[in-house]
Write a protein that binds this ligand. Structure first.
Ligand code: FES
Length: 112
């Protein structure tokens, strides 16, 4: 399927080792910036009790949930360590720091 990419701004708009939250009609998406200046997008909803992952601290390619410290991979959306659960990942394209999200995939999944 061809992706329709929606621009969401520059990676420099995101705090280093932090995130910004992108609101869509279907879900809130947390877009993270790692220490390597890579960006990843996952649903802004912790698999434990729906904590706002965008308010967590990024380390490596993981984020620690601000509520009860679960560690979630921003790459795969999976909880790490002894905890189990996962959140949706959203396809993200990084073109020289300009970020784009494939929101159709979110809409299609929401419609399933
Ligand atoms: S809601 Fe994220 S660890 Fe509990």
């Amino acid at each position: 399927m061809d992706m329709n990419w929606h621009p969401i701004g520059d990676i420099s708009d995101i705090p280093l080792l932090g995130a910004r939250c992108v609101k869509t009609p279907f879900m809130k998406i947390a877009v993270f910036r790692t220490g390597e200046h890579e960006a990843y997008a996952i649903e802004n909803r912790c698999p434990h009790k729906a904590g706002p992952l965008s308010e967590g601290i990024v380390h490596g390619t993981s984020v620690t949930c601000p509520l009860h410290n679960w560690v979630i991979s921003v790459e795969t959306g999976k909880a790490l360590g002894a905890d189990e659960g996962d959140v949706r990942t959203i396809p993200l394209k990084n073109e020289s720091g300009q970020l784009f999200l494939a929101l159709e995939s979110v809409m299609l999944e929401a419609a399933e």
